[in-house]
Design a protein around this ligand. Sequence first.
Ligand SMILES: *Cc1c(COP(=O)(O)O)cnc(C)c1O
Length: 392
Amino acid sequence: MSQTDGQKIVAIPGPSPVPDRVLRAAHRPSPDIYGDELAAINLDLLARLKWLAGTSAGHVVPYIGNGHAGWEAVNNNLFQRGDRVLLLVSGFFGRHWGDLMTAQGLDVQRLEFGPAAPDPARLAEALAADRDRRIRAVMVCHIDTASSVQADIPAIRAAMTDHPALLVVDAIASLGCAPMQMDDWGVDVLISASQKGLMCPPGTCFLWASQRAAAQPATDWTTPYWDWRGRIKAQALWEYWGGTPPVQQIFALSEALSMMQEDGLEAIYARHDRQARAVWTAFEGWGAKNPAITLMVTQPRARARSVTGVHFPGADALRSWLSTQSGVTIGIGLGAEDPTNALRLAHMGYCGDATILAVLGAIQAGMRALSIPHDRDGLDQATACFANPAQT
Ligand SMILES: *Cc1c(COP(=O)(O)O)cnc(C)c1O
């Protein structure tokens, strides 16, 4: 066998690793889609997706599609040509979302925050200036997967005070990794997809709609397939999914949600928090002897718990060393100013502490092999996050 044989580690921010249990659950022939068993599994799955998002009052609506499909489903249900939305941008994903909404015909007003969390004071200012209440929605990525910024959703909601805009949150890279309390936080529409924190193959996406969002009238853009109104009042299985249900995805998602229930959300969020801190500690430690190695997000409060972006001179060389010499794949510097010298490390979904230790160990080996200056203490400091999690 070669040195890169054995279980490979793919630490890119989506699709994330799929547990064997989930793969096995999906490895089943399709049953009768008109039978009771699948209908019951589907209902149970939707109920558990509401639990995961922290909503009992809202609705969850499933679609076959990726995250981009979820983005467009929101537009098609809530907006029409020329509607104004206020987009809070902290990285490439927010920017790209805005470009697509503009291309579809929305009037997108942007507030740019760079690789930092949206500032509630600037949001409040923008909404106060909207005297004729034209802004229909405030839209934000909970975690921008490119910059690795995590937004403070309750602070954003608080800044909206009595403005009637809906709050639309892209939780594609955060759901299942960082807390989400849709009802308590006053989120009107939440978007997520199967292949990141939900530990499943790509292929399904979900919208959660508050009572207020669900009560919005259909628009000129609303077409029968994407209309969430039909799916919200669905009775038959095919009505939930707008046609043939993605049977094996339903099996996979159902198993993934069982794993999450067994672990408990508190333990899952604590694990992601510990792993994220270990990754930050390692890069900050290595950077002590190479000031060009810096985390993209300076404020610890604004750092994502599912992915970490790093300015890293020699990232391209390191990436290729890791994949050819150690069987580890890390993320590209998507949307970075200098992508060849930027990397992203995913710690989302099905990721154990040993995986993070292996990736960090491989990175330090790669830096030695490539003579990239670093402080060797970085790895040692990162191990402390696992040895004494309470102190980090
Ligand atoms: C991955 C991602 C998307 C896009 O999802 P696709 O499944 O690739 O279409 C959108 N927003 C965020 C925050 C993401 O992480």
